[in-house]
Design a binder for this molecule. Structure first.
Ligand SMILES: NC(=O)c1ccc[n+]([C@@H]2O[C@H](COP(=O)([O-])OP(=O)(O)OC[C@H]3O[C@@H](n4cnc5c(N)ncnc54)[C@H](OP(=O)(O)O)[C@@H]3O)[C@@H](O)[C@H]2O)c1
Length: 324
């Protein structure tokens, strides 16, 4: 048995229960991990609320780090005692111990702490595919990143800055604007007070940007489209304010022959070579100090409901780690 945060029905944070759950031996291809740090992600709130439905009951969570305690049959390259981290795979990260497929694990180098690893795998690998694969950010680009002071936002701003882009970012408060600015966002916009379309037009002298990274969803649609150049790319990768309602595709023509994609990390790291290439780049920029993983909140794992309330209440900045 182990202790974990499990839900038996979808709903608000109060549905999360700290319970004893079964922990069998690791099956073929799996290892048993003693988790030392668990990452908090917005997707956990969608899975808890039912916006992204999954079979119940379930232990929440998609990101963590820890020590391998036991190895199942057929596992190659990972042994007991290894320090590892992961993003994705079967849901169930909010647990003291868990069994997990070895094929999704990445060994953590000594320069990176367990907490940093748990804070960076899902958000950092997402930043990498968004900036390098979905749209290839290059020197001289001016780009728009929403929620620039969030967990993913701070990583995106630093990495895009490193790639030579001018970063325009939206944030909810003045304090968040300062934080984003200190992490590579050249032009923070207070979208709770200012019209962000007007500001983007002003900053780009009317030209608009080639790409918008939008994790807000309902509240920034369709305004995000008005920030784009002709044939620009709208990357809708999250729904922090709720999903975008159905719309007529003709709007993309009216607003300048725009492209739109709704990507998911797991389609970019589906094979072991893709996962390794992405993780290698991420670990590289973190080791060099180009991207700092800011853990601005920690909570005991058993208090994960408080962490969800704060994340959904826009009270957090940077990354959040839950401690088993
Ligand atoms: N598709 C993928 O592959 C993928 C992977 C990872 C994450 N994501 C998405 O990326 C986004 C960021 O994830 P994260 O874990 O780093 O979270 P986060 O950005 O730290 O937190 C969400 C932020 O969104 C902003 N926000 C604006 N309107 C909001 C509202 N009505 N309710 C709550 N927040 C609101 C808040 O910042 P302000 O107060 O500054 O507005 C808030 O801090 C999420 O939408 C997540 O689903 C997508």
């Amino acid at each position: 048995m182990t202790k974990a945060i499990r839900i038996h029905k979808n709903g608000p944070p109060s549905v999360m229960k700290w319970e004893e759950v079964d922990l069998g031996k690791p099956a073929k291809g799996e290892v048993r991990l003693r988790q030392t740090a668990v990452g908090l992600n917005f997707i956990d709130t969608y899975q808890r609320s039912g916006l992204y439905p999954l079979p119940l009951p379930m232990v929440l969570g998609s990101e963590g780090a820890g020590i391998v305690e036991a190895v199942g049959r057929g596992v190659i390259g990972i042994k007991a005692g290894d320090r590892v981290a992961y993003a994705g795979g079967p849901i169930g990260a909010y647990a003291e111990q868990r069994n997990i497929p070895a094929e999704i694990l990445i060994k953590i180098p000594k320069e990176i702490s367990d907490q940093t690893a748990a804070a960076m795998m899902l958000k950092g690998m997402t930043a990498r595919y968004l900036l390098r694969d979905t749209y290839r950010v290059k020197k001289g680009d001016t780009i728009l990143i929403h929620a620039a002071a969030g967990g993913l936002g701070l990583i995106l701003c630093q990495w895009a800055n490193h790639l030579g882009a001018t970063v325009i970012g939206t944030v909810g408060t003045k304090k968040k604007a300062e934080l984003a600015r200190a992490h590579g966002c050249h032009h923070p916009i207070l979208y709770t007070k200012q019209n962000f379309v007007d500001q983007v037009k002003r900053l780009t002298k009317g030209a608009g940007v080639p790409v918008v990274y939008d994790s807000i969803g309902k509240d920034t649609f369709p305004a995000s489209l008005d920030c784009l150049q002709k044939r620009g790319l709208f990357v809708s990768f999250g729904n922090a304010s709720g999903p975008i309602p159905p719309f007529v595709s003709g709007i993309l023509a009216q607003k300048g022959s725009l492209y739109m994609t709704r990507p998911s990390l797991f389609d970019y790291i589906g094979s072991r070579p893709e996962l390794e290439a992405n993780a290698r780049d991420l670990i590289g920029v973190v080791k060099k100090g180009v991207v700092k993983i800011e853990i601005n909140q920690t909570y005991a794992l058993k208090d994960a409901a408080s962490a969800h309330r704060d994340l959904e209440g826009r009270k957090t900045t940077g990354s959040t780690v839950l401690l088993p």
